[in-house]
Design a binder for this molecule. Structure first.
Ligand SMILES: *Cc1c(COP(=O)(O)O)cnc(C)c1O
Length: 395
C-alpha cells in the first residue's frame, strides 16, 4: 500500500503551502506512536482524565425485547465530554505538545469537536481557536458558550454558506499562515494523510477493549459489530481491530435522513448514487451532484451531517469488509426512545442510528450469538431537539 492510501483512497490533495506541515506531522506521528513515553502519557490521560477503558455493558432488557443474540453496548458515552471525540483530541494535543506547537486550531459544525478540542487545549494550557460558520454559531449557542468557558476563541466564518465547509476552508487558510506554531486538530478519520491513519489509531482502543472485555463476557465470541458513521472515527475505531475477523459481520450505519433524494440524507457509501471524489484533502466517497460539486447533506443528527467519509471506510466498502447501511430520522428517534425506556440510557442521536439497525438485524440472529453496538455518545445534548420533534414543550 502506498503512503497514506487505503487502496486507491486517501492521499494528500492540499495546497502546496500546507505540504511541509503535513510532512512534519507525519514524521512526528511516526516517531511518537512507537515512543513508550508518549504511549504511557496518552494512556495516563485516557484512564485518569477521559475514563478509559469504557464499560462493555450487557443490555439484558434490550436483549429480552428482541429475543435474539445477546446485545452488548460499548459505552463511549461515559467518557469525559460525553463522546468518543476526546480519544482523538487527547492524542493530537499530546502530539502537538511534543512537536513544540503553541496553538491549537479546529473547525466545528455542531460544536462537539470544538468542545472536545477546547477541553484538551484548556488541560494543556494551549491557546485555541475554533473556526465555526456564523450560521452554526447561531444554531449551537450552548456549545459556543462551553468553548468560551474553556478559554477558546470561537472565530465566526461568514463566507459561503457560513457553515462547516466554509469553517474548514478558513481553518486551512489560517493554518497555512501559521504553520510554525500551530497544530490543526481534525475531528474525524478524514482529511489528508496522516490524519485518517492517526485519528483511527487514537480511536482503535474502542475495538481493542471490546476484544479484551468479550473474553470474560462471552469467551471471546462475537458475531456482529455495529457503529454509526459520520466522518467515520468511532466506526473505524470500533472495526479496526476486527478487520481480519471475517466471521464477525460489521455494519457501518449512515444517516438516511428524510429520504433517498440528493440532499435529504447523509449517506456517502450506502447510497447507490454516491461516487468517489476529492473533499478536504482526500480521495474518498462523497455526496456530489452530476457536475462533481459537493452537495449539502441532511440528517436529524448534526454529528452525522457530513458530505464525505474517511478513506479507509471507502476501501472497506469496496472490499466488503464492512457493510454500510442507512437508518432514517424516524428509525433513529424510535431507537433513542427505546434505549432510554428499556435500559435507562439516553443515547446520542448519532449513536441511535447504530442502535436502530438492531431492528433489522435481530430477527436474523439466534440466542447463542453476540452483537456489540458502539454507543458513541450520550444524548443530553439532544434532549431539547428531540422534545421539539416529538411536540413536547420543555422551555
Ligand atoms: C461526532 C460524533 C459522531 C460522528 O463522528 P464519527 O467521526 O463518524 O465518529 C458520532 N457520534 C457522536 C456522539 C458524535 O459526537
Amino acid at each position: 500500500m502506498s503512503k497514506g492510501r487505503f487502496g486507491k483512497y486517501g492521499g494528500q490533495y492540499v495546497p502546496e503551502i500546507v505540504m511541509p506541515v503535513l510532512t512534519e506531522l507525519e514524521a512526528a506521528y511516526e516517531k511518537y506512536k512507537e515512543d513508550p513515553d508518549f504511549i504511557a502519557e496518552l494512556n495516563k490521560y485516557y484512564t485518569q482524565y477521559a475514563g478509559r477503558p469504557t464499560l462493555l455493558y450487557y443490555a439484558e432488557q434490550l436483549t429480552k425485547h428482541y429475543g435474539g443474540a445477546k446485545i452488548y453496548l460499548k459505552r463511549e458515552d461515559l467518557l469525559h465530554t460525553g463522546a468518543h471525540k476526546i480519544n482523538n483530541a487527547l492524542g493530537q494535543v499530546l502530539l502537538a505538545k511534543r512537536m513544540g506547537k503553541k496553538r491549537i486550531i479546529a473547525e466545528t459544525g455542531a460544536g462537539q469537536h470544538g468542545v472536545a478540542t477546547a477541553t484538551v487545549a484548556a488541560l494543556f494550557g494551549m491557546e485555541c481557536h475554533v473556526f465555526m460558520g456564523a450560521v452554526d454559531i447561531e444554531r449551537q449557542k450552548l456549545n459556543v458558550f462551553k468553548m468560551k468557558l474553556l478559554g477558546t476563541k470561537v472565530i465566526p466564518v461568514t463566507t459561503g454558506t457560513a457553515t462547516l465547509k466554509d469553517a474548514t476552508s478558513e481553518a486551512i487558510r489560517y493554518w497555512a499562515a501559521h504553520i510554525d506554531d500551530t497544530h490543526y486538530i481534525i475531528g474525524s478519520a478524514v482529511g489528508p494523510h496522516p490524519y485518517p491513519t492517526m485519528v483511527r489509531d487514537f480511536q482503535a482502543c474502542i475495538g481493542r477493549e471490546i476484544r479484551q472485555q468479550l473474553k470474560k463476557e462471552t469467551g471471546g465470541r462475537l458475531d456482529y459489530l455495529i457503529a454509526c458513521v459520520g466522518g467515520g472515527s468511532n466506526a473505524i475505531g470500533t472495526f479496526h481491530d476486527w478487520r481480519n475477523d471475517t466471521q464477525v459481520k460489521k455494519f457501518g450505519v449512515e444517516a438516511a435522513g428524510r429520504g433517498p433524494a440528493a440532499g435529504d440524507n447523509a449517506q456517502t457509501l450506502s447510497n447507490p448514487a454516491s461516487r468517489p471524489g476529492v473533499l478536504h484533502g482526500a480521495y474518498s466517497y462523497l455526496a456530489q451532484d452530476d457536475d462533481g460539486q459537493v452537495i449539502e447533506v441532511y440528517s436529524i443528527s448534526a454529528g452525522l451531517d457530513y458530505p464525505g467519509v474517511g478513506p479507509e471506510h471507502a476501501m472497506f466498502h469496496e472490499q466488503g469488509v464492512v457493510k454500510y447501511v442507512g437508518i432514517d430520522d424516524k428509525e433513529a428517534l424510535d431507537a433513542f426512545q427505546l434505549l432510554s425506556r428499556l435500559e435507562g440510557i439516553i443515547p446520542a442521536v448519532e449513536s441511535s442510528h447504530a442502535l436502530a439497525y438492531l431492528e433489522k438485524l435481530m430477527p436474523q440472529t439466534t440466542p447463542d450469538q453476540v452483537v456489540v453496538v458502539t454507543l458513541s455518545g450520550r444524548g443530553d445534548k439532544d434532549v431539547q431537539q428531540v422534545a421539539k420533534v416529538l411536540g413536547e414543550e420543555i422551555e
